[in-house]
Design a protein around this ligand. Structure first.
Ligand code: ZN
Length: 353
């Protein structure tokens, strides 16, 4: 057998499901996520130390989706202690307030069924970070400004019920300008290559504003669906983020959730996706790796759990894909903090059908 054939054989055997897709392995996953809540990050993940709020969100959200108890008494005070005078949250001590950490902290608070009325106003944060083109910088001293941080700002505003400080009109038009008519996906900024993560941020951001149907027509919406459907790779069942890339656990969420946000999750090959997730699941440690055979990490483990929910026909009953949290946490939050029109009305509309 040639070396090329050996590599090909190994590659295809890696995609063979190792476990029944009906096994949930809840105990293993719970142990995996609990380690990150109660212990320090291992050395190989030390680069994530500045993103502790995001790691905490991944763990809490995964445990909530697994219907496991949450460490509210210890986690709630820590999250609230990370809010800075600007209103933004940081990822840990001695780190600048950051929009992605602000979004992570607020979703974590909602997941813990915390009270967001104690969160200080975010207006000065939004005002200082939004640029004239509608995009947002990640942080005051950051040069990054793209759709990820527009989504983070809009989701944060939606959660605290206060869009004060955000020019929502230019934000919506910035997200719409990221659309690429050639393939139906979105880039992180106008003119950049389409990407699964960017597509999620743009569609979810527009949906939070209730503006999807205002800035994109029905033909464009169908093109987005086409982009998403073609991301599911025949043979493996997993999703990739861009054409000609291998499938990756996290894109099962970015793309699958976008299809659900558009009302087209019926186009997901759920059995195929479940089979792919069986190949990235770690049977020793719990959690999920990025690709078959890779070590699990908190990000891919979290999105693996989210994607597991998307393999269910009734996933929308269990998971709010626009904000990325359990439906139980979402419903509790909406009951405690009702939102007025037009945002909630837009959020509830099935905009693409
Ligand atoms: Zn990934």
């Amino acid at each position: 057998m040639s070396s090329q054939e050996i590599v090909r054989t190994k590659l295809f055997s890696a995609y063979e499901p190792r476990f029944s897709p009906n096994e949930h392995h809840t105990t293993l996953h719970t142990r995996y996520f609990s380690i990150f809540i109660h212990k320090l990050l291992p050395e190989r993940l030390s680069s994530l130390d500045a993103s502790r709020a995001m790691i905490l969100l991944f763990c809490l959200n995964a445990l909530d989706l697994l219907h496991q108890p949450l460490p509210s008494p210890t986690a709630l005070p820590w999250i609230l202690s990370r809010q800075q005078s600007s209103g933004g949250f940081d990822g840990g001590p001695l780190i600048e307030a950051h929009l992605a950490m602000t979004y992570s902290s607020l979703v974590a608070l909602v997941t813990l069924r915390g009270d967001l009325s104690v969160v200080r106003p975010l207006k000065s944060l939004f005002t200082s970070l939004q640029l004239p083109d509608g995009s947002f910088r990640a942080a005051l001293r950051s040069g990054e400004a793209d759709a990820r941080f527009v989504f983070s700002a809009l989701a944060s505003a939606w959660l605290v019920r206060d869009f004060d400080g955000i020019d929502t009109h230019t934000a919506a038009h910035f997200l719409a300008a990221c659309f690429n008519a050639q393939d139906g996906g979105f880039g992180l900024r106008p003119g950049l290559e389409s990407h699964g993560g960017a597509t999620y941020c743009c569609v979810a951001g527009l949906r939070l504003l209730g503006a999807l149907h205002e800035v994109l027509d029905a033909v464009q919406c169908r093109r987005i669906v086409d982009f998403c459907v073609t991301r599911q790779v025949a043979g493996s069942g997993g999703f990739n983020g861009r054409a000609n890339k291998p499938p990756d656990t996290c894109y099962a969420f970015w793309i699958g959730a976008t299809l659900q946000n558009l009302g087209y999750d019926r186009f997901i090959d759920r059995q195929g996706l479940a089979s792919f997730l069986d190949t990235t699941f770690d049977p020793m440690m719990g959690g999920f790796g990025k690709t078959p055979g890779e070590m699990p990490d908190p990000l891919h483990s979290h999105f693996g759990i989210c994607a597991r929910v998307l393999t269910r026909e009734d996933s929308s009953q269990h998971f709010d894909t626009c904000l990325g949290m359990s439906k139980r946490a979402f419903d509790t939050h909406v009951t405690k903090h009702p939102i007025s029109k037009p945002y909630y009305q837009g959020y509830e509309m099935n905009l693409c059908c």
